[in-house]
Design a protein around this ligand. Structure first.
Ligand code: ATP
Ligand code: MG
Length: 140
């Protein structure tokens, strides 16, 4: 077991429906601690850079438009195996394939408007955390 940190984003479909609190409760009940959090509006530039790995995918432009369509809550989650733990509680990318009880099964609207983001590996977690937060904003 390893104490890890991962970058989580509550996406615009969720902020729009005022369900950030229930999502945070799901994360905390999964054993994850929110050690940094802020509500921001991503610029087009920020969203394009953040999702650069998907730049060649057919859904890229729609994804950037969606992620900049409203407020997001960016947060750092800390816990034992936090990266895997968070992806478990998030559920599959497409809510139709997500397990019962997961955030995406409960709240996602579609494969695009799927309520939450979570880093997928140690290296991407470190890069994504540094993209949004300085050390002074993180308090375990
Ligand atoms: P995230 O990176 O947001 O945590 P993920 O790792 O489950 O999600 P990725 O494959 O990294 O999924 O896709 C990033 C995001 O792009 C998805 O969360 C979703 O919002 C959007 N997306 C992925 N696949 C599609 C698709 N086929 N059509 C539309 N949007 C998609
Ligand atoms: Mg991903």
């Amino acid at each position: 077991m390893a104490l890890e940190r991962t970058l989580s984003i509550i996406k615009p479909d969720a902020t729009r429906r005022n369900i950030t609190g229930v999502i945070n409760t799901k994360l905390e009940e999964a054993g994850l601690r929110i050690v940094a959090q802020k509500r921001i509006r991503m610029s087009r530039q920020m969203a394009e850079t953040f999702y650069d790995v998907h730049r060649e995918r057919p859904f890229f432009n729609n994804l950037v438009a969606f992620m900049t369509s409203g407020a997001v809550v960016v947060q750092i989650l800390e816990g034992e195996n936090a990266i895997t733990r968070n992806r478990e509680v998030m559920g599959a990318t497409n809510p139709e394939n997500a397990d019962e009880g997961t955030i995406r099964k409960l709240y996602a609207e579609s494969i695009e408007s799927n309520s939450v983001h979570g880093s997928d590996a140690l290296d991407t977690a470190a890069t994504e955390i540094a993209y949004f937060f300085s050390d002074a904003e993180i308090h375990a």
